[in-house]
Structure formats: structure tokens, C-alpha cells
Design a protein around this ligand. Structure first.
Ligand code: CP
Length: 305
């Protein structure tokens, strides 16, 4: 097996996605194995994170590896003016794998080009979050029993939502139908609509979070309006609470509907929705650890069997 980076979900073909799902199932059954003994993984988080960093670090720990890194770039020499290139060159001298989150779109691709070891993108600006997509796809597969021909309603910040962008591309291999629900200010960028058109993927666009887009869905993918992506906070204030999922809105939804959210949540899902058997976002986050174990082993060329 070759070592390789995961920068964008486009780095994975359909067969790669299916292979990672199979590996993830194995880690879901047994996450504690000594597969990373002697390996050091670096987690470089230039942007805040709870789930992604901790699930990556737990994934490594449960596989017997070691973790170095930082969760706050203000404690690093980047504050003295050290470039990303120099940081990556240094860290790839120390570690076998670099896992990086950065606020700049394209930072992960750049890092993968200068690094001597594989780089896994843990989110780059509003661009991509491919490991989130793999855990989303695993969660969809686990709850629906298939990835094919599903209707997926995606709600919220479709403009800056990197998890949304990656999910559209990742699910494009499986003949989905998308309902895109966003306010005018946060609609899906044209590039992703052109992508859907080219792939022959059916989609509808809505500004209303209407019963119709919930009742015809297999997956309801809620997202947060991301304050940190707005340069004008007045614009954020206008749209921050635009869609709020209430429990009663699920009354006529399909039995198999599952609600996903990459988290963190702010106001977009009311707390009492958590009691619904259709709420799956905390299990989804748990699936992240298994998925990341699979991706780490794949990137390092480690044979799981
Ligand atoms: N889903 C996600 O990326 O969460 P964190 O920002 O907490 O890592």
C-alpha cells in the first residue's frame, strides 16, 4: 500500500470511499488495536476544533500511536512570522503523519506539496473537510443500509459550509437527490451547482425550510451559520437564526429519516430534538473516531488485516 495524503474528498474515487467504509466498520467493531505502535502523528490546529482534533487524537491513542501538536497556533512560532512551509517542513521531520486544520482555503494542498509525510486535511477555510465527509457518509450508510438513491436535504450555510461542499462531492457517486435550503446570502456557490449538473445529480433550491423538504428526505443535514466566516457581523446577525429545527417539524417525516449535523450546534436544532430517535448527530460524531482510524491507517499504508 502507498502512503498518501487526503486533502480533498476528490482525492477519493468511489472505490476508495467504499474501501474506507469497510475499514471503518472494522474499527467500529474493535477500535483498540496496536496498529500505530512506533508511529507519531502531528495534529496542527490553526483553527479551533473540539470533535475533529479530539477524535483524531483518540483514534491514534487507541491504535497505540503517539500524538504531538498544538490546538492553539498562538503558542507556536507562526506568531513570530514562521511560514506555513517552514512549519510543515519541521513537523514532517518529527512525525509520520500531519493532520492539519487551517483557516486558509488551499492550505492543506500546499502543506501536502511541501511535506515529506502524508497530510490529512482537517478543514481548510470554507473549502473542504474530507474526513468529516467520510464520517458523514459512514453515518448515512450505517443508518440507511445503503448509499444509493437517497434524498438528502441540506440546510443552513451552504456558501461557507465546507462540510456541505465535501458532502455533495462525496455523495455524488451514489445517485443522490439534494434539497438545498439556504437564505439568499448563503446559497450554494455556483461551482457546486455546475458540478451537480455535470454529474446529472438532481437538486432543488429553497429559501423556505418547508415541511416538503423534511418529509421527502432520508437524511436531514443541518448546519450552523458560521460567524467566523463573516467579515461583516451585521450580515451574520441577519441570518444567524434563519432556520431552527423544532421537534414538531418531524411529525410527518419518513421513519428512516436521520438528522445529521457536523456540530457544533448553536440554535439551529432545538435541544428537545435530541430526544427523537431520528436525531443522530452525537452518534455521527462518535463515528468520526472509527472513520479517522481507517483514514489514518490508509494514509500510512498500514494493513488493517
Ligand atoms: N465537525 C467539526 O469539524 O467539529 P469541530 O470544529 O469541533 O472539529
Amino acid at each position: 500500500m502507498n502512503k498518501r495524503s487526503l486533502v480533498s474528498i476528490t482525492d477519493y474515487q468511489k472505490e476508495d470511499i467504499l474501501r474506507i467504509l469497510k475499514l471503518t466498520e472494522k474499527f467500529d467493531k474493535d477500535p483498540n488495536r496496536d496498529l500505530l505502535k512506533g508511529k507519531v502523528c502531528a495534529t496542527l490546529f490553526f483553527e479551533p476544533s473540539t470533535r475533529t482534533r479530539l477524535s483524531f487524537e483518540t483514534a491514534v491513542n487507541r491504535l497505540g500511536g503517539r500524538v504531538i501538536g498544538f490546538s492553539d497556533a498562538s503558542t507556536t512560532s507562526s506568531t513570530k512570522g514562521e511560514t506555513l512551509k517552514d512549519t510543515i517542513l519541521m513537523v514532517s521531520n518529527y512525525a509520520d503523519l500531519v493532520i492539519m486544520r487551517h483557516h486558509l482555503e488551499g492550505a492543506a494542498r500546499y502543506a501536502s506539496e511541501v511535506s515529506g509525510v502524508p497530510v490529512i486535511n482537517a478543514g481548510d477555510g470554507a473549502n473542504q473537510h474530507p474526513t468529516q465527509t467520510m464520517l458523514d457518509i459512514y453515518s448515512i450508510y450505517k443508518t440507511q443500509g445503503t448509499l444509493e438513491n437517497l434524498t438528502i436535504t441540506i440546510v443552513g450555510d451552504l456558501k461557507y459550509g465546507r462540510t456541505v461542499h465535501s458532502l455533495i462531492i462525496g455523495m455524488s457517486h451514489f445517485n443522490p437527490t439534494f434539497n438545498f435550503v439556504a437564505p439568499e446570502e448563503l446559497m450554494l456557490p455556483d461551482t457546486y451547482k455546475v458540478f451537480c449538473d455535470k454529474q446529472g445529480i438532481k437538486y432543488t433550491e429553497h429559501t423556505d425550510f418547508s415541511p416538503e423538504v423534511i418529509d421527502n428526505a432520508d437524511i436531514l443535514y443541518m448546519t450552523r451559520v458560521q460567524r467566523e466566516r463573516f467579515t461583516d457581523l451585521m450580515e451574520y446577525e441577519k441570518v444567524k437564526n434563519v432556520y431552527i429545527l423544532k421537534k414538531s417539524m418531524l411529525d410527518n417525516s419518513r421513519d428512516n429519516l436521520r438528522i445529521l449535523h457536523p456540530l457544533p450546534r448553536v440554535n439551529e436544532i432545538q435541544q428537545n430534538v435530541d430526544d427523537s430517535p431520528k436525531a443522530y448527530y452525537f452518534e455521527q460524531a462518535k463515528n468520526g473516531m472509527f472513520t479517522r482510524q481507517a483514514i489514518i491507517c490508509d494514509s500510512l499504508g498500514i494493513n488493517v488485516d
